[in-house]
Design a protein around this ligand. Structure first.
Ligand code: AMP
Length: 115
């Protein structure tokens, strides 16, 4: 996907505040942070959302989850953090390139959803 904003960020064509990079994964700070720690983890391979994933994505999804915990700790979230994957219209996904939001304190986060 040549015109996808997160593909361009992962290729370095659009600047970002990089948190981590390897051959499969790119992580960068969210441009509009909702919490003191707020970064995104994306696969370099374009996949629109979690709803489009199948078993061929198993390894990269596992790597993203393991990295989420490691990077959260490295970014100062040793006391806990929250992962969010907004998916599709109902999930209010804005950018259609799969991404994990990693959100952290130092203070406790607000409730996940209002009742
Ligand atoms: P979502 O609603 O889950 O699709 O969230 C997309 C996220 O991408 C939002 O939190 C945006 O602030 C973030 N975002 C959009 N453009 C950029 C960018 N150029 N650099 C960093 N984060 C971005």
């Amino acid at each position: 996907m040549t015109d996808c904003i997160f593909c361009k960020i992962a290729r370095g064509e659009i600047p970002s505040r990089k948190v981590y990079e390897d051959e499969d994964i790119f992580a960068f700070h969210d441009v509009r942070p909702l919490t003191p720690v707020h970064f995104l983890i994306v696969p370099k391979l374009h996949v629109a959302s979690l709803a489009e994933c199948d078993m061929t994505h198993q390894a990269v999804l596992g790597k993203m989850m393991v990295l989420a915990g490691r990077l959260a700790r490295e970014e100062g979230c040793g006391d806990g953090f929250r992962l969010i994957i907004n998916t599709g219209r109902v999930g209010l996904q804005e950018v259609y390139h799969l991404h994990i939001h990693v959100l952290g304190g130092p203070d406790r986060l607000p409730p996940m959803l209002k009742r």
